[in-house]
Design a protein around this ligand. Structure first.
Ligand code: ADP
Ligand code: MG
Length: 608
């Protein structure tokens, strides 16, 4: 029988440390949260070797008084709660009193701290949980904490650390998220001597977003402003056309703390239903503010997964706010033809009624649908139209309406004597999205974006190496730490897909060349999507390359909802209908539907 031992304090702390201290980023997170809890206005984080050898966090917060310092490094030592009741109304980030104890047991920590009420500050060194120095020391108000040689005494843990760059990027990601959730605090991050992030701390979310996420993200946002049932929802959501291939651009804050909440995520994504493409995810930054007593944050040691006591209320408040913002914001071109096309001649009318109706609307009916839509567009300039930027087709700025009036159609159709033709005839376009075409004994509905995307995808896949177009002016793209990491790591793969990208440092890359098919599509946006596609699961090269092709094809393809010229649409229809390999888009959605003449005739009772 093995003997049961009570573990010595040192060992039990090491075990506890495993829960809190996983990697440098988790130490930085805990320490920076302490600085926030201490009501600091400026927080500077400096790391070396991804934080593995050196982390220094300096703040101008309340400091720790001389007599409290050793106590702060004990487990369950916290100034933030004292009774069980306090657990129900937690407003600080830390409260478990574990971070300092855990970190100090697996590293060498040096602390300088001073409260404003003290004349001198405190200098304290603790290594592997053992106090080495504890003395008074002249230092400014606030706290500086230095963590050296993380996991120096636990080599097994050390082995799990990734390369310096990856650990450093994880630290960046932590600070970026904090900076976003606290625009009122100025954050600085210095990596190996270089400042990589600096926020102003002016209290404006916009400034923080700009500093952290860069221009492309900032320029595609719609502001949110909703309040219902004591729940305030603020922040930004992206325009539907800027939806991304992953959820990397989603940030949810609860009372200022970055959290994960499936409820909030689902509420936002559902609000985008019908305006974003299937399989795409909105980027957003949402801050939900609500009374503390309705949230349970004491759920997960990393304290990011939240539960709400009333999930339904949260869902509704968020969903409503986002829906509202999307309907107010200029999110996509819409052509409302209903005003001009009020016709009621089908269904229940008898022949007499129908004739009368037909006569009275005769004048109107001599106009083609195209003319009516055109008039409507001219009358309502706000509903016009974004220019498409597809490279394969010529660009058109003018409004082209989809009707077959001037497409040459050599074969005359004599009434009751239908001559099937294998030529593709362009009938029109529905909802600025679906090409209606006729071929042989069928009518086809073709999703123009899906079809074009599939064609480009096939083309890219069939090429040995994608054709490249060198940019006259290289474009710099700033991205999140994870995305940046993925792009730098996959330079060769990107090159194969036609991108030439150089590291510019500080989460920024320079794009020097792009796949030719992209034409003048938004390169910044495209690269961000490429980066997030690289982050998706599955690291087999061929899979990753296919995902890159998907992204490029999707970006380069003509868009649903945008105006495309008739000639282009006919060209596209011809390609689709002459090539069996284009029946599904790269995401697996169907490209075209067929309606057989025979089925139509049966529907209309022409044949039995
Ligand atoms: P917790 O944050 O959960 O209370 P920690 O181990 O992280 O536990 O910190 C213990 C205590 O040390 C805190 O409750 C706080 O009183 C004090 N402390 C830690 N860091 C700072 C800081 N940067 N400024 C002021 N006080 C701090
Ligand atoms: Mg803490």
């Amino acid at each position: 029988m093995p003997k049961i031992n009570l573990l010595p304090k040192q060992i039990s702390e090491l075990i506890a440390a495993g829960e809190v201290v996983e990697r440098p980023a988790s130490v930085v997170k805990e320490l920076a949260e302490n600085s926030i809890d201490a009501l600091s206005k400026h927080i500077t984080v400096e790391i070396q070797h991804g934080g593995i050898t050196y982390i220094r966090i300096t703040d101008d917060g309340c400091g720790i008084s001389y007599s409290d310092v050793p106590c702060a490094f004990l487990r369950h030592a916290t100034s933030k709660i004292s009774t069980a009741d306090d657990l129900d109304s937690i407003s600080t980030l830390g409260f478990r009193g574990e971070a300092l104890a855990a970190s100090s047991s697996v590293s060498k920590i040096e602390l300088f701290t001073k409260t404003s009420g003290e004349q001198f500050g405190t200098h304290y060194i603790i290594e592997g949980g053992n106090e080495v120095v504890y003395e008074e020391n002249g230092c400014p108000d606030g706290t500086t904490i230095i963590v050296r040689d993380l996991f120096y005494n636990t080599p097994a843990r050390m082995k799990f650390l990734k390369k310096d760059v990856s650990e450093g990027n994880a630290v960046s990601a932590v600070i970026e998220r904090m900076a976003l959730s606290h625009p009122e605090i100025s954050f600085k991050l210095i990596r190996d001597g270089k400042q990589t992030l600096s926020t102003s701390g002016d209290g404006k979310l916009d400034s923080a977003i700009y500093s952290v996420l860069g221009r492309e993200f900032s320029s595609s946002l719609i502001p949110l402003n909703g309040e219902s049932d004591r729940i305030k929802v603020t922040g930004y959501v992206c325009k539907p056309v800027f939806c991304r291939q992953s959820r990397a651009g989603q940030f949810i804050f609860l009372n200022g703390r970055l959290v994960n909440s499936k409820t909030v995520m689902a509420a936002v994504e559902q609000a985008y239903k019908n305006s974003a493409m299937i399989g795409k995810f909105p980027a957003f930054l949402i801050n939900v503010e609500m009374p503390f007593d309705t949230v349970d944050v004491n759920v997960h040691p990393a304290k990011t997964e939240v539960r709400f006591s009333d999930e339904k209320r949260i869902f509704e408040a968020v969903h409503y706010a986002v829906k509202n913002a999307l309907s107010v914001g200029d999110t996509r071109p819409v052509i409302d033809v209903s005003a001009n096309l009020k016709k009621t001649f089908f269904e229940h009318m008898d022949v007499k009624q129908y004739r009368q109706q037909a006569v009275s609307t005769d004048a109107l009916d001599t106009k083609t649908v195209a003319e009516k839509v055109y008039e409507n567009v001219i009358e309502n300039p706000l509903t016009v139209l974004r220019q498409d930027t597809t490279p394969l087709f010529t660009k058109k700025v003018d409004v082209n309406i989809s009707v077959c009036d001037d497409i040459p159609e050599p074969k005359q159709v004599v009434e009751n004597e239908y001559k099937p033709t294998e030529e593709v005839k362009f009938i029109g376009e529905a909802f600025s999205t679906y090409i209606v075409a006729e071929k042989g004994n069928s009518i086809f509905l073709i999703d123009k974006h899906a079809a074009h995307e599939r064609m480009l995808f096939n083309k890219l896949k069939s090429e040995e190496k994608a054709q490249t177009q060198v940019l006259l002016t290289p474009v710099t793209v700033r991205m999140s730490a994870n995305e940046y990491d993925a792009v730098i790591k996959n330079g060769q793969l990107l090159e194969k897909a036609g991108f030439e990208v150089d590291d510019f440092g500080n989460g920024t890359v320079v794009v020097r060349a792009v796949p030719s098919v992209l034409g003048d599509a938004d390169i910044e946006l495209c690269l961000t999507e490429v980066a997030s596609s690289l982050l998706e699961k599955g690291s087999v090269e061929i899979e990753m390359l296919e995902r890159l092709y998907h992204t490029v094809a999707c970006k380069a393809a003509i868009k649903a909802g945008y105006i495309t010229s008739k000639t282009e649409l006919l060209e596209l229809a011809k390609k689709v209908l002459s090539n069996d390999d284009i029946m599904y888009c790269p995401h697996g959605r169907p490209v075209a539907f067929e309606i057989k003449k025979y089925d139509l005739e049966k529907q209309f009772g022409r044949i039995q």
